[in-house]
Design a protein around this ligand. Structure first.
Ligand code: ATP
Ligand code: MG
Length: 298
């Protein structure tokens, strides 16, 4: 699909939940763009990677027709489109990487008044959803004969309107469900924003450009929760403190001149919570500093 090209085109959401974090992620990979007047197409400045700003629903189609080479989209949207391909047909796109933002779940939700046994017996019931392909597949895998009612919006009011008995919709906090007297039961899909790309490798200059971008992306994603931790302590405390830092890489221990004190610095891969800092403090760490890690070349 697509003619030979010397530049890579990435589609991201123009506005909405994924728009800002997607841009921020691409920027942290060293990409920058010249803003265009219509703000739909942004020419890549620092790298031959251009941006196309679109509705998230359009991204799988743009990938399928080869208008775009890569896209940042919710796994829910990507897989719904992939499930829509018939048996024997292979979607031309797939998930390349999970990106760690835009987390949500596609879940069944039933009226709060239903008992658990009622919620477990779905045969013959009507399920309203904007994700008919994913829900149908989920039902089929479990041998449940429920009817899928496709709605493009306001899915959560369908049970009150009587157009469906229950729903399957995107849930993050559950507040919208509660406001509509619904409660989530089964999770159909765990979702987050993903980088989507073609199944077939690029046969031209795009292969190298995409490869460079992926290496940077992997470095950025790998560093995301990393912190540089610095503190001082008595030498005797070092073993106990190191035991509290199983995720620390290559800690540096420096003698503080003329004392038995040491200064210690280490990159931690896991989240550094207040709890962890308090545990370190109790084990003898003083002057604790936690710093973000901007770049690292191993
Ligand atoms: P567009 O105008 O681009 O079609 P949209 O209204 O369809 O936008 P958003 O509401 O911005 O899309 O959601 C984009 C994606 O964000 C969803 O597909 C989903 O992957 C993710 N997401 C995370 N949390 C939520 C949530 N609470 N509700 C809906 N989507 C969420
Ligand atoms: Mg949309």
């Amino acid at each position: 699909s697509g003619a030979m090209r010397e530049r890579v085109r990435i589609a991201i959401q123009k506005s909405g939940r994924l728009a800002e974090p997607a841009r921020a992620l691409l920027s942290s990979c060293g990409l920058s763009w010249r803003e265009s007047r219509d703000r739909l197409f942004c020419h890549g400045d620092s790298t031959p990677i251009d941006l196309l700003l679109v509705r998230d629903d359009d991204i799988p189609g743009l990938l399928a027709e080869g208008t775009c080479d890569l896209g940042i989209v919710g796994r829910n949207v990507l897989l719904e489109r992939a499930s829509g391909y018939g048996t024997g047909e292979v979607p031309p796109f797939r998930e390349w990487r999970g990106l760690g933002f835009g987390a949500c779940r596609l879940a069944l939700a039933v009226p709060q008044a239903w008992s658990d046994s009622q919620a477990a017996a779905l045969d013959g019931l009507r399920i309203a959803t904007s994700y008919p392909a994913l829900v149908s597949q989920w039902l089929k895998e479990r041998g449940i004969a429920a009817d899928v009612v496709t709605l493009s919006g306001s899915v959560e009011i369908a049970p009150r309107l009587g157009t469906a008995d229950l729903i399957c919709d995107i849930v993050s906090s559950g507040a919208t469900l509660a406001a509509n007297q619904l409660r989530a039961t089964d999770i159909v899909l765990d979702s987050e924003a993903v980088l989507a790309g073609p199944v077939a490798p690029f046969g031209d200059a795009r292969a190298e450009i995409a490869g460079l971008f992926l290496r940077r992306l992997d470095a950025v994603l790998g560093l995301r929760d990393s912190k540089l931790l610095m503190f001082q302590t008595d030498s005797a405390n070092v073993p106990a403190l190191m035991a509290l830092l199983p995720d620390a890489e290559r800690p540096t221990v420096m003698q503080v001149d003329g004392t038995d004190r040491v200064a210690l610095q280490a990159v931690c891969r896991g989240t550094v919570t207040w709890q962890r800092l308090e545990d370190l403090k109790r084990a003898g760490a003083d002057a604790l500093l936690v710093l973000p890690v901007e770049r690292m070349l191993a």
